[in-house]
Design a protein around this ligand. Structure first.
Ligand code: IYR
Length: 326
């Protein structure tokens, strides 16, 4: 796969394509980051962007994981001490999942976001940004109830992180796009460079195929799930025999194959008894999706296989969590 295709595979949006093409021309040592509000246990939402970071490491880029402790605090996620403790656990799970330890820099936001220079830059951004603009940037992250001042400071700080971590590319789920667009607009106000951004898709809710899968509502799969929990969740997932269900619905089972399984395995084997046609082997997502649509692959077999591969992906992190907690 060529470097641009590797960098952008499974991306929902690339801003801008031209800027990312330039980066792909000389990726060695270029710095890319994802920021995460620390929460104790990684779930599929975290792993989707982590998959992208693994692609980018493979492309030769340096990965920075921002453990956004100050941001989590501003978003009401607990006391500072609680947040820091969960951040340490998160780090261990990312490494267990497959980020290369020697090529991943973990940075706490509080290491630089409380410095004088950063704070003064933040105040300058506060002066340059309307409340309305900052609230809009934050709406997809904290919901529409962005009534506290902390929620408008948050996206401005995220904007500054891109400069202070000396990054060449910002990565995030599609829910981060408005913050990244704000950053592209506002960084030049402070004479800082504009950086490209890459956004990963948001996977639909597992049971309904609607909206987004999230840990706060509905069902998600996490590093904490036992094999049987995971199987149960996947078996009760919405999986019509099409990749494009009617209306606003998605097929979450296919999405998980596409964004979580195929990027991490060269080949997927669906085990079936001889009387049902024997094993099926897939080297790429498209052929699996086509077989589900044609009826060659039954949704129940797709689900069983999905559960097996997801379980393999989360097993090392689950083990790590057990060790930490014992
Ligand atoms: N807004 C992210 C957390 C976050 C991301 C980045 I990139 C930052 O520079 C700071 C915070 C979230 O929704 O989890």
């Amino acid at each position: 796969m060529d470097t641009y295709d590797l960098i952008t595979r499974n991306a929902e949006e690339v801003v801008t394509e031209e800027e990312v093409r330039k980066l792909a021309g000389d990726p060695d040592g270029k710095r890319v980051y994802v920021g995460y509000e620390p929460s104790g246990v990684l779930h599929l939402g975290h792993l989707l962007t982590a998959n992208k970071l693994i692609d980018l490491q493979e492309a030769g880029m340096e990965v920075v994981v921002l453990l956004a402790d100050v941001h989590a605090y501003l978003n009401g996620k607990g006391t500072f001490e609680e947040i820091r403790e969960t951040a340490e656990q998160m780090k261990a799970q990312f490494i267990a999942y497959g980020l290369e330890e020697e090529n991943t820099e973990f940075v706490y936001g509080s290491e630089f976001q409380l410095d004088e220079e950063y704070t003064l830059d933040l105040h300058q951004l506060e002066l340059a940004t309307t409340l309305n603009r900052a609230q809009r940037a934050m709406a997809d992250i904290a919901g529409s109830e962005t009534a506290t001042v902390s929620h408008v400071v948050y996206p401005l700080m995220q904007t500054l992180d891109i400069e202070y971590l000396d990054l060449d590319l910002a990565v995030g789920g599609l829910d981060q796009r408005k913050v990244h667009m704000l950053a592209r607009e506002e960084l030049p106000e402070l004479d800082y460079d504009v950086r490209p951004a890459l956004h990963t898709p948001i996977v639909a809710d597992l049971t309904s195929g609607e909206g987004k899968m999230s840990s706060s509502e509905g069902v998600t799969i996490s590093m904490e799930d036992a094999t049987e929990d995971l199987e149960e969740k996947v078996n009760s997932a919405f999986c019509p025999p099409t990749r494009d269900p009617e209306g606003d619905l998605e097929n979450p089972v296919l999405e998980l194959f596409e964004y979580h399984v195929f990027p991490r395995f060269d080949e997927i084997v669906v085990e079936r008894p001889e009387q049902y046609g024997g094993d099926l082997t897939y080297g790429e997502y498209e052929s699996l999706a086509a077989d589900l649509e044609s009826g060659e692959l039954h949704p129940a077999d797709a689900k069983g296989t999905l559960a097996t591969y997801l379980d393999e992906l989360i097993a090392p992190g689950r083990e790590k969590l057990r060790e930490i907690r014992d």
